[in-house]
Design a protein. Structure first.
Length: 166
């Protein structure tokens, strides 16, 4: 009888700890989806001093590069990546060059006091925005023109994005 009580009590503690850890996430946001759905991925967006992780499907499509597009696409193939949720969105056009060139990008991020908005734009210089690729993951860092919460007009906004294609 005493052994059953100890086993039952131990099982109850395991269930309670598992339940509490499932409810706890960093930053109080929603828990990331389980790995059973491979179409979902975590995309990290950083603008100025703000960081947000998008837990949603990431759309990655590659097609022949269009040098006559606006902005012009480089390389042989262009990979277009989009990810978004209720608080942020990312749109990237990346070449198949090594390292990849960033042909265009757009980023938005809602924060407590407003929204950052970098409308779709081309890269103005080779050092403005840089990308690195490892497998199906891309890291894009740089700066672009955008609106900032609490300020009028456009200004330079630094950003970083880490995204993995399915």
């Amino acid at each position: 009888m005493g052994r059953r009580i100890v086993v039952a009590a131990g099982l109850g503690v395991v269930v309670l700890v598992a339940g509490l850890s499932a409810c706890s996430t960093k930053g109080g946001g929603p828990a990331p989806p389980t790995s059973s759905n491979p179409a979902f991925s975590a995309t990290t967006v950083m603008l100025d001093q703000h960081t947000h992780t998008i837990y949603s499907a990431v759309d990655c499509n590659s097609s022949a590069a269009k040098p006559s597009a606006t902005p012009a696409e480089s390389g042989d193939l262009t990979t277009r990546i989009t990810a978004y949720d209720d608080s942020a969105s990312v749109s990237l056009a990346l070449s198949d060059e090594i390292p990849p060139s960033v042909d265009g990008f757009a980023i938005s991020l809602k924060v407590e006091n407003g929204q950052y908005q970098l409308a779709y734009q081309s890269v103005q210089s080779p050092t403005q925005v840089q990308a690195a690729k490892e497998g199906k993951s891309y890291t894009v860092t740089g700066a672009g023109q955008g609106t900032v919460p609490g300020q009028n007009g456009m200004r330079q906004v630094t950003f970083g994005i880490h995204v993995t294609c399915p």
